[in-house]
Every structure is written in structure tokens, then in C-alpha cells.
Design a protein around this ligand. Structure first.
Ligand SMILES: Cc1ncc(COP(=O)(O)OP(=O)(O)O)c(N)n1
Ligand SMILES: Cc1ncsc1CCOP(=O)(O)O
Ligand SMILES: [Mg+2]
Length: 339
């Protein structure tokens, strides 16, 4: 009898957890695939135990459940945001499924146990897919951008591989001289490399290609598409970066919903034809802007400390990295300086 009580409690626990996840997936993310899969999982759990319904109901004794008092006196299940709520509920579902799986074996329901085991693995997959709905945040440290023109004969792909080996956590694909067809080929390859290595991948200029390859975000300049148009196309869970050259640009980008701003060119550079804005603008951003920002333009090993000292947490260097004799060593050195 007690074994059926454990089963009953855990079937309810699993199905309730799945229901919470299903509703978040449906109403918050409007994620059709995860919603359908979660619904299917809930129905499969219930259906498996339909023949045992009578035994399960007889064994139920919620009033005497000692866990109820323990739970109401504890704050271990506090969930501060939707992300915690989701991870907490997946944990709850997976633990409940594990208990069902084990107890089913000792009540002689080996086939059900195997089915539940499959559902547990199905749940891990859904969790992975659902986590794609979360927007990634701009990592601190070195922000890498491709620049084949400055790479001493190395290809964009080679540079990206070395940047990843050097420990970079965010890479932007920027290429001004190739055809769209060539760019798409490279972008797909880089997208895969970044995904395999848990590196955030941003596409410069091309909102359409960013959507096509499911990049983590897009970077747009002052003359590119407005942020609200980009957002409409790319969706709420992707990063939008916007270049800014003065406080007015920065304030507008914040109001428009940028996730981060580029601040620069700080120093004179041959990579971008634009007059430098100087460290003064960086100081203004540090004082007045609340969203993440990336300092960019003419930054080298020799001056990165000044940029860091003023308060830049994310710093972008193009020619200094792709043009380095050893890209990995360069990144490690830069990280050492700003750490
Ligand atoms: C991080 C970051 N900041 C600024 C820029 C410059 O973007 P944009 O103004 O669109 O100029 P191009 O890079 O397209 O020449 C950037 N790419 N990344
Ligand atoms: C793309 C861009 N936007 C502002 S400055 C710049 C170029 C940065 O390149 P480098 O680090 O070689 O000066
Ligand atoms: Mg651009």
C-alpha cells in the first residue's frame, strides 16, 4: 500500500510540474514545440497508470502527509524569476519521474518503469529546447570580431577557432567584402563552432542572416535598421547590439530596447572609417547608461588597461586580435591584463 502511496504522490508531482512548464511554454514563450511535447509527456504519464488508478486512489492520504508541514515551513523552493521557476520545475519533474521509475519496479510494473525512464530522458531534451527561449547576456571580458582583411592571410574560420581556443566568450561575424552567399557559408560554420563551444554568436548588419542561422543576436549601426524593427523580426529572446557615438545615441538605444551598446571608436583606427569619440564618451556612458556596453575602436594591448580602468567590462579588439602572431596567446594576455 505504502509503495502505491509513493507512486501516487510522485505521479501528481510530475504532472503538476509538467503543467506549470506547459503553461509557461504556451503563454509566456509561445513555444509550440515544447508545449506540445510537455502535453504529450503529461498525458503519457497519466495513461500509463490508468490501470492502477484504483490502487493509487486507495493508497492516497494527503492529510497525513508529513511532507506538507515540512514544505510550508521551508523557503527552499523560493523562485525569484521565470528562469528559476522553469529549472525548479524540471528538477521536480525529473526527480518525481525517477522515483516513479524505481518504485514501479518493486510493485512488479517493469514495463511501466522502462516507459517512465524514456520519459525522463525526453524531459531532459525538452528542458534543453526550452532553455533556448532565454536571452543570453553580454559576457564580460574580450569581445571578438572577425576581420579577414587584417588577419595576415588567415581565414575567418581559422581566426574564430583560435579565438575560441583562447577562451573568448562572444564572437561577432563582421565581413564587408564577400558576397552574401560566401558570408552565409561562413556564418553557418562559425555558428556551429560557437554553439559547440558555448560561445555567444552575433551577426553584424544582417538581421535576415542572423534569423536564418538562429544566431544569438545581431549588431546594428546608426544607419542600419531601427531597433524596434529588428526586435519585431528577430524576437524577444535574441540579443540586439547597437553602435553609439555620443550620449544621445546611447540614451535612444536604451529607450529603443537595445540589449547592449557599442561605444566607440574610442581611439583612431584603420578598421573603421569614423572619427574617434575618445575616452570622454566612455566616461559619460559609465556614469549615465545602465545597460551593458562594449568599448571598441583602436584598442590594443598597450592601451586596454586605460579602457578597463574607466569601467569597461566588455572590450572589443579587432585588428589587435586577428592580426596577432598567435591569437590564442594574445587573448590570454589581454584577459590577464583586464582581469
Ligand atoms: C560591438 C560593436 N560595436 C560597434 C560596432 C560597429 O557597428 P557599425 O556601426 O554597424 O559599423 P560596422 O561594424 O558595420 O562597420 C560593431 N560592429 N560591434
Ligand atoms: C567596427 C568598429 N566600430 C567602431 S570601431 C570599429 C573597429 C574596431 O577595430 P579595431 O579594434 O581594429 O580598431
Ligand atoms: Mg553595421
Amino acid at each position: 500500500m505504502k509503495r502505491f502511496r509513493i507512486l501516487d504522490a510522485n505521479i501528481n508531482r510530475a504532472c503538476e510540474g509538467i503543467r506549470v512548464l506547459e503553461d509557461i511554454s504556451r503563454f509566456n514563450f509561445e513555444d509550440t514545440v515544447s508545449t506540445k511535447e510537455l502535453r504529450e509527456m503529461r498525458h503519457r504519464v497519466r495513461k500509463l497508470f490508468l490501470p492502477l488508478d484504483h490502487k493509487l486512489l486507495l493508497a492516497r492520504d494527503s492529510k497525513k502527509d508529513i511532507g506538507k508541514t515540512i514544505s510550508s515551513n521551508s523557503d527552499l523552493d523560493k523562485k525569484e524569476d521565470i528562469k528559476n521557476l522553469i529549472f525548479g520545475n524540471f528538477k521536480r519533474v525529473n526527480e518525481a519521474l525517477r522515483t516513479i521509475e524505481e518504485i514501479s519496479k518493486i510493485v512488479g510494473e517493469y514495463n511501466i518503469s522502462k516507459e517512465i525512464e524514456n520519459l525522463r530522458f525526453f524531459s531532459y531534451e525538452i528542458e534543453k529546447n526550452m532553455s533556448k527561449n532565454f536571452k543570453k547576456i553580454l559576457p564580460k571580458g574580450i569581445y571578438g570580431i572577425t576581420g579577414e582583411k587584417f588577419a595576415n592571410g588567415r581565414s575567418n574560420i581559422e581566426c574564430v577557432k583560435s579565438m575560441i581556443d583562447g577562451g573568448i566568450k562572444i564572437i561577432q561575424y563582421r565581413e564587408k567584402e564577400k558576397s552574401i552567399k560566401e558570408k552565409i557559408g561562413e556564418i553557418i560554420e562559425i555558428r556551429n563552432l560557437c554553439r559547440e563551444n558555448d560561445v555567444i554568436f552575433i551577426v553584424n548588419d544582417h538581421v535576415d542572416i542572423a534569423i536564418l542561422v538562429d544566431a544569438d543576436g545581431v549588431h546594428v549601426g546608426q544607419d542600419d535598421m531601427d531597433i524596434h524593427h529588428v526586435r519585431k523580426l528577430i524576437g524577444g529572446n535574441k540579443i540586439i547590439g547597437k553602435s553609439t557615438h555620443c550620449l544621445e545615441d546611447a540614451e535612444k538605444a536604451v529607450l529603443d530596447g537595445a540589449d547592449y551598446i557599442g561605444v566607440g571608436p574610442i581611439f583612431k583606427t584603420t578598421t573603421k572609417e569614423k572619427d574617434p569619440v575618445g575616452l570622454g564618451y566612455l566616461e559619460e556612458v559609465v556614469k549615465n547608461i545602465d545597460i551593458p556596453f562594449v568599448a571598441i575602436g583602436g584598442i590594443k594591448e598597450s592601451n586596454i588597461e586605460d579602457v578597463k580602468r574607466l569601467g569597461a567590462a566588455s572590450i572589443c579588439l579587432v585588428s589587435e586580435i586577428v592580426g596577432a602572431e598567435n591569437i590564442e596567446k594574445k587573448i590570454k594576455k589581454l584577459n590577464e591584463i583586464i582581469d
